[in-house]
Structure formats: C-alpha cells, structure tokens
Design a protein around this ligand. Sequence first.
Ligand code: CA
Length: 243
Amino acid sequence: MRVLLIEDEVRLAENVASALRDGPGFAVDCARDGEIGLGLARNLCYDLIILDLMLPRLDGLSVLKRLRSRQDHTPVLVVTAQSEVGSTITLLNCGADDYLSKPFDLGELLARAKALIRRGKGVAHPTLQAGELVLNTLEQTVLRAGSEITLSPMEYRILEYLMHRPRVIVSKQELLEHLYDYNWQHHSNVIEVHVSNLRKKITRTDEALASGTSIETLRNRGYRLLLSRTPGTYADDGRDGEA
Ligand code: CA
C-alpha cells in the first residue's frame, strides 16, 4: 500500500513515515506543503492520504475540498492541532474519513490508517481470505490451509494487494505505483521476480496445481489471484507468460 503524508513539521513527518514503513510496510511519499501534496495526490495513486490542517501555501482543508471536488475518493485521515468540535464537523462534511488530534499515539495512527485502507477497499475485517489463504493484516502473517508460510516484506505486500482484489487483473504498473514510493528506482523485472517467488510459496505442490490458490500471469496485462476451485476449471490462458 502507498500512503501520501502531507505534513510540514519535519520531525513529526519523519516519525510518522518511519512508523508506516517499518510497521505495516507501506510505501510513503512526503509533502511539506499543501500545493505539493495536492499535486502528488492528483498525479499518483494512493491508498491513503494523511493530511495535516495547518500547512504552508495551501491549507489542509483546501487540499481536502479540492480533492473531493475532483471526485477523488482516496481515504483521508486528517491530523489536526485544532480540537474544536466545529472544525471536526467541518472536516467530516468536507469529506475527511477520520481525524486524529495532535499529539497522537503512533500506534493509534497506524491502527486508524490500516482500518481506513481496508474500508477504502470494501474490507471491514483485518483478516483477508482468498481460497485456502488467510492473511492477517494486524499480525502480518499468512496461513495456507492452516500452516503459516514465510514471505519477504515485498512478497507480503504484493499478496496483500492482490488479496484485496481477488480475480481482478492487476497490472505490473499498478503494483509498482502502490507498493513503492517515488524515491525508488524502478527496475522493470523486480515485480516479476517477487511474484515468481511468491507464487512458488503460495502454490501447493502436493496436489494438482489447478485446485489451489495461485497467481496467474496474463501476458501484457498483469496478474490475477486465482482462488481454490474444483480441479480443472481454470482456463489455461498464458499463465506462464510475462506480464
Ligand atoms: Ca502543520
């Protein structure tokens, strides 16, 4: 998942960004003022925006209003030093999904951030299930048919992203945009390598491949998480090709 953090207090921004990267393993882009933040939000794909209200150049409320007026429904968590009831109502009316008053506990921020991302993807529960795979977003564990499998941080992020969209084709570009921040130097085959390793880990080898949950590669289109089904019901359309 990729988060945009719009916050001008440098130390606070660094602490929040570190917590988001080290805890749930999110990619994080930081903006120090409202103009830059709005520009990033318009041009890149984020799963969550964390927005300070008091910002240089363009205040947070204006950023929020402009996003919503463009039908951008990215979940927004506002952090505010203003604790008046009036401003809270204004925030929610302007399309904020949640808010936290400063100073806040980083653990609470992480919990709210994860909950907003889940809700933004239509998932209320912290556990995702796809076929025989169960992914716990709180513990960051993955069970396959009840047994835990060990994934690298990037394999976990890819699987979590795909499990939010079972049966949907997800392009390599979409994975790059949602799993890496803008400082990252893209290598075209890095996603393929991670997906290949992930597929080996989640695909059961002790029975027919077609009966288990796996990741299908669709040439020039992307990847799709296939769920466990009756053996032999999958179309064999380029699973081994390159995305
Ligand atoms: Ca501020």
